[in-house]
Ligand binder design. Sequence first.
Ligand SMILES: [Zn+2]
Length: 387
Amino acid sequence: MSEKLVIKNIGLLLSGDLEKPILDADTIVVIDGRIAEVGKAAEVDTSGAARTVDAKGTTVAPGLIDSHVHPVFGDWTPRQNQISWIDSFLNGGVTTMISAGEVHLPGRPKDIVGLKALAITAQRSFSNLRPAGVKVHAGAPVLETGMVEEDFKELSEAGVKLLGEVGLGGVKQGDEAKKMVAWARKYGIQSTIHTGGPSIPGSGLIDADVVLEADADVIGHINGGHTALPLDQIRCLCESCGRAVEIVHNGNELAGLYAMRTSMELGQPERIILGTDSPAGSGVQPLGILRMIALLSSIGEVPAETVICFATGNTARMRELDCGLIEVGRAADFVIMDRAQHTAGKDILESIRLGDLPGISMVIIDGVVRCGRSRNTPPAETLAEVA
Ligand SMILES: [Zn+2]
């Protein structure tokens, strides 16, 4: 028997789609975890709902996607000795995460058999268990010298769909990276490259020449992780290839703003995607994606509804995910929010444009309510309720 969820009284519906970021609709109908109808209350079939959420005139957006995380196993990270960090991100509106490598595993294997085994185990582990309900796409091997085409074929056949950040392992030269990225692409494995100075002792510099030669699908943290390349190299990366421009929380904020502005000037906002690059030395940021949205919208002077697309629809398209857009057939992953209490902004979009974070009142994944009022955001003025 099918399970039906209705979200009614939506005051503002954000689509995640740059072409039309605000939808003229107030009701979403979900059947079996998928968006079945989007429209005005009178136009859609809300009968027989097992559950109804009353948005009370507040804002619904696609669940946020963090394009760059470093998970290990379950809801634990050894990086800052934290547990339940993914649950904390859920309370920051994140419903999907993409691993850029399980690099913090204590004693992480660097031999080829070992790194493949780890990637396959991480892929299985996060496929079998979603911490706090969050969809963590993990199992991202860190490339080491000596890998051959057969290794990528084997990883692909075992279900691995991502590479860890190229440059975090022994492969740091452009020609070697290029060869391995091409093998990965041949077998349907998406790639991201570390961009900028070394992240921690033991890692190395990856400059614009190496990034361009390697030609990975995603220019990982174009604003550094944490040390950024000089701005002329960032401009060169934006201008010289069509790959995704990933801007992260745990990077250089000035360089992040510069990368966004350059992409906008080039008329290519669809290339911009957001991540936190956490857990990391800078910590673990449950509100990292919301903070990026507020930073880029306020100081970067871009409408909030546009920046929200960077963290939803853009990432979904770039990463070939079935979520991230309010569209019939997509996964029913939503964040319900309102302007924070006492913000100077008169509505949620203006409040973000002024640099304030919104207040989250509910997060839904695959049509299932995963959290109510966020324990992490400032309190929302009006809260959605399960009717
Ligand atoms: Zn990195």
